[in-house]
Write a protein that binds this ligand. Sequence first.
Ligand code: NAD
Ligand code: UGA
Length: 482
Amino acid sequence: MGKTKPKKIKDICCVGAGYVGGPTMAVIAYNCPNLRITVVDISKERIEKWNSEDLSDLPVYEKGLDKIISESRGKNLFFSNEIDNAIKNADMVFISVNTPVKQSGVGAGQMSDLKWVEACARKISEQAVGHTIVVEKSTLPVRTAETIKKILFSRNNISENNKKSFSVLSNPEFLAEGSAIHDLQYPDRVLIGGDDNDSINALEEIYSKWVAKDKIIKTNTWSSELSKLTANAFLAQRISSINSISAFCEVSGADISDVSNAVGKDSRIGSKFLMAGPGFGGSCFKKDILNLVYLCNYFGLKEVGDFWYEVIKINDWQQDRIYKIIVDKLFGNITGKKISLLGFSFKSGTNDTRESPSISIARKLLNEGCFLTIHDPKVKVEQINKDLDQYKYFDNSVNVNQELFEEGCWNFTRDLRIAAKNSDAIVILTEWDEYKNIDWLEISSLMRKPNWIFDTRRVLNAKMLRKSDINIWQLGEGFTDH
Ligand code: NAD
Ligand code: UGA
């Protein structure tokens, strides 16, 4: 017999056990012990890792995630590949699958590829029993809820003894990787878009277990979908804005930290997201802006689309300009030289490398024929191998000798001293805490001379080091050589 509407939510399913699905559901389970939550995925490997006894082997690294997983998993939080059963039992199904940019066909390179969302909607339509609230947690183009509804309400899965009904809500996720658990536990706001008050209230009731009511915003579905794309576009725009000014500082003698500080003190502007760096990475900013650009053009708003596209152009330019500065400083030639990259994740606090500036900078340097040694405290070498798939991994991580360097190859180490040994240059690309307190005089003594340090994250005390004989380039400040 089917479930009827309205009713209290007891059983939740989340389709997609990724960077959003896993942590988000873990926090809901932790705050709502009376709910039973099953997170499902098509990937056997991902689910095995979510169920791993060894909590350092979870597929997502986030501070505090291991603790809440250990408190809830097996009690009211389950990870499974049994998608059909989980949907059948659920009163509410979250769609939390990936929505990357389409690779081919109409809208290739800009439009969101909704094939995974569509597959999910079909599965829910087929397997759901009675009334089910479907929640868009993935970031989706405006009006996707309409498409989901059309699929859900297609008649062929409905029979006399299984009368199904659905309502669809938009509930975009605003967590940032590296601070996901904190962001979920203490959100600035929770956004719920929809047109069915009972369903909106049911979802609101869940969040209100730990989020103050005045932080829960309710809108129509389209405002909710568009707000998510707009929030990401605004955040990315701030980074491109400050990065464009970082280049200006390098040629004018202004100091980017002073400029960020002075500008951010204006309460109308605010101090967050004004850190100049190698450009934004992560799985979402680029794809969400591209999607916004596509939608603007689709609706005939070319000027608006062009405006947002500039944010991406400045981001690509920042990475390209860093690579060219490195080559230029090393006398225009890096063939056969060893360059060490510190940091491969797109920001600190996460093992995620998607769209990491390190990938594009590593590829450009490898194309010039250097030998790269990559260091990162959390990213696994297997992941880097996928990201640099067309370049040869040279498995000789200990004491690489100059004569063994192979052009256009790379290796990996978790030891900073091995990274530094015989290298001509070190490039800091991620702001991991452990890069902030390096003894640069010691590290420099291991490098081949003349040696350079390129600090794209502004983590080292350049003023102090300028007194030593190390050649330093710092983003937003420029170069001191000896
Ligand atoms: P992800 O790639 O880490 O995870 C998606 C998961 O969905 C994968 O494990 C995949 O196997 C699974 N999946 C795909 N199709 C499926 C299907 N039909 N059935 C079952 N499982 C399926 O992606 P993510 O980073 O978690 O992002 C998910 C969504 O959340 C995206 O729309 C993204 O834009 C949005 N988002 C991401 C973040 C973030 O920080 N990563 C933050 C906010 C919003
Ligand atoms: C971003 C948003 O911050 C989240 O609100 C959103 O939910 C998420 O995208 C999403 O939709 O996926 P995330 O990409 O995980 O989160 O991380 P951010 O902290 O936003 O950093 C993104 C990139 O910008 C990183 O490469 C980071 O190093 C860079 N950044 C950030 C800067 O260069 N300067 C800054 O001041 C801030």
